[in-house]
Design a binder for this molecule. Structure first.
Ligand SMILES: Nc1ncnc2c1ncn2[C@@H]1O[C@H](COP(=O)(O)OP(=O)(O)OP(=O)(O)O)[C@@H](O)[C@H]1O
Ligand SMILES: [Mg+2]
Length: 591
């Protein structure tokens, strides 16, 4: 689909249904538009009547008293026309702006809601920054489009038509002469519009590159300061900033050029008319009133044209933003995410992998090459293996962070992809490799915004030994946590993350154990907590600590997407294979 066509589709698909909700207001807008255009058209016409019918005859007779009364009536009428026109204009602008802003607010909500439900794969392919752009600057571009009066263009176009119609009615020859300038204006606008648009987009791209760089730098600021790389970073930023400045200058240059050209042409139109009208006036083909009315019409005709040329870039940007937003909104969701069958109260009984194969992208090599295992309620399963062997991938499949596997994954005998998301969340909680802590209290981070009784939170923090450090925090469970958890140590974060998984009350705890080392006291606490969880719950864990691996009912050893060994600690040690070798290494590390 072409870009222009796609942008129009976006306009209809996105804005159509939202605008329809405001059809009452839009109906009023449609009603006041002809009124506003009609009144605007009448003013120069009334001037013409005043001049031709009253002022000129009175001047010829040298007696103003004769026309004083009717002239005053005309002035009163003109006053009425101005007031009605003003009211219609104001109603139009206010209503349309209101509708526009509500539509944008609704759209923002749609985008926000959608971006929270996108499949994980989408986040692999689109950096968070670009998604953020959708919700922020694309929305801003739309808002800016509205705010700069793009909406006023509808009424302006109608007014232009009304003016031209009246001009034709007053003197069609003169109007035709003026229309000769039309093609000149069209060609010039067309040419400059392309330049303005191109340079505008270049400057936008340069800006977003500069901001993107800044964002990256700021998120890596600690590393940069540690390595004293500030000077180099600033030099790079300077380059990008200069690009932006240059693009901005070109864009402004064309913008200004176009604006003054349109100004020039409007003056040219006036001159052209005076030249032509002079002859006609003398020949009696034209009255003074018509000439004055035409001068007025020309001024009014060029105002919207000038504005239009100024707003082209903004409009282009708004349309492009709309297209981006539409692409995000149309992004297909994982079908299982939309399955809202009722959540059953049955407990999780078994998880079965049956010859599961998986690749992250269609043409990439397989990451899992036929994984089979079985886990019953109350059992624990530990997955070990070298980095990149596919351990986390197994977990991502169970939690359905990624779909599209081959083979079969069954929970309680039901195929994973048919299980509603809410049911899956009821069954499974995940403890991640990277703990993410939100800005809020400790309690908020444990309960994840759910209603959980205080006693439960306290009991679980005791269970995972998080109570020891929580007690020391000012406010205990209500102590604030900074976004990203920077006021907590890595180990404390991990304890909260364990507690979080237990608070959710799911049957199966899935753990991707963190490898980052923590201080030995916290390490001991975590180890003890994990061992307890192993004893009491159904667990699948990617384990790095020998103590926890040893306790698992089943240990899977993975190598390059295969399970090379499976069994319990004693069986695998006795085999003297990869597992025995791994255990040997872990033991030397401990010593
Ligand atoms: N989102 C992704 N997109 C594409 N390939 C990926 C993605 N995540 C992981 N991979 C690839 O899949 C393979 C297995 O990765 P996985 O994360 O499962 O390894 P792992 O065994 O958990 O390793 P580690 O012990 O380092 O955590 C790796 O080769 C990795 O490059
Ligand atoms: Mg991993």
């Amino acid at each position: 689909m072409g870009k222009g066509r796609r942008q129009r589709t976006a306009l209809v698909q996105l804005i159509g249904p939202l605008a329809w909700r405001h059809r009452g207001k839009l109906g009023i807008v449609l009603l006041v538009m002809p009124v506003a255009a009609g009144m605007a058209m009448l003013i120069p016409y009334l001037t013409k009547v005043a001049i031709d019918d009253y002022i000129v005859p009175a001047a010829e007779q040298g007696n103003l008293d004769l026309v004083y009364q009717p002239l005053m009536t005309l002035v009163a009428l003109a006053f009425g026309v101005v007031v009605v026109g003003y009211l219609a204009d104001a109603t139009y602008t206010i209503l349309l702006q209101r509708v526009g802003q509500s539509v944008i607010a609704e759209l923002r909500e749609i985008v926000y809601r959608k971006s929270l439900r996108l499949p994980r794969r989408y986040f692999d392919d689109h950096p968070i920054g670009s998604i953020l752009t959708r919700v922020t600057s694309d929305m801003e571009a739309l808002g800016e489009g509205l705010a700069t009066g793009v909406l006023g263009l509808f009424l302006d176009s109608l007014k232009t038509l009304a003016f031209l119609g009246m001009m034709f009615a007053l003197n069609w020859r003169l109007t035709l002469v003026l229309l000769l300038l039309g093609p000149v204006l069209a060609v010039l606008t067309w040419f400059f519009q392309r330049q303005v648009r191109a340079s505008f987009f270049r400057s936008r791209a340069a800006l977003s590159e500069a901001t993107g760089y800044l964002q990256e730098i700021l998120s890596g600021i600690k590393t940069i300061q540690l390595y004293g790389a500030e000077a180099r970073v600033i030099r790079r930023f300077k380059d990008r900033n200069r690009h932006y400045l240059k693009a901005q200058n070109v864009s402004n240059f064309y913008d200004a050029l176009l604006f003054s050209l349109v100004e020039g042409i409007s003056t040219l139109a006036l001159a052209l008319m005076l030249w032509y009208a002079g002859g006609q006036l003398l020949a009696g083909l034209l009255t003074l009133g018509v000439l004055v009315a035409f001068m007025e019409y020309i001024q009014r005709l060029f105002v919207p044209i000038r504005e239009f040329t100024q707003q082209l870039a903004v409009m282009q940007r708004a349309l492009a933003a709309l297209d981006h937003i539409n692409q995000l909104v149309r992004e297909p969701l994982d079908p299982a995410e939309e399955n809202d069958a009722p959540v059953l109260d049955e407990p999780l009984e078994s998880v079965v992998f049956d010859n599961v194969r998986f690749r992250y992208r269609p043409h990439e090599p397989e990451v899992l090459k036929g994984i089979s295992f079985r886990l019953e309620r109350g059992q624990t399963l530990a997955i070990v293996g070298a980095t990149g062997s596919g351990k986390s991938t197994v977990i991502r499949l169970i939690t359905r962070a990624y779909g599209g596997y081959q083979g079969s994954i069954r929970i309680n005998g039901r195929e994973l992809r048919e299980i509603p998301a809410a049911q899956l969340h009821r069954w499974i909680s995940v403890v991640h490799q990277g703990v993410f802590l939100f800005g809020g209290s400790v309690a908020f981070n444990m309960a994840m915004d759910r209603e959980v009784p205080r006693e439960t939170l306290a009991r679980i923090s005791r269970y995972v030994h998080a109570d020891i450090f929580i007690q020391r925090l000012p406010g205990g469970l209500d102590a604030p946590v900074n976004q990203g958890g920077i006021n907590l140590s890595a180990g404390q974060g991990q304890l909260i993350s364990l507690a979080r998984a237990l608070v959710a009350g799911s049957d199966l705890i899935v753990m991707d154990e963190a490898t980052s080392s923590v201080d030995s006291i916290t390490e001991g606490l975590i180890q003890d907590a994990v061992e307890k969880i192993y004893r009491d719950r159904t667990v699948i864990a990617i384990a790095h600590r020998l103590s926890t691996i040893r306790d698992a009912d089943t240990i899977l050893v993975m190598e390059q997407g295969h399970i090379v060994e499976a069994g319990n600690h004693r069986e695998l040690l006795a085999r003297g294979g990869s597992y025995a070798e791994l255990v040997g290494k872990l033991e030397t590390v401990v010593e």
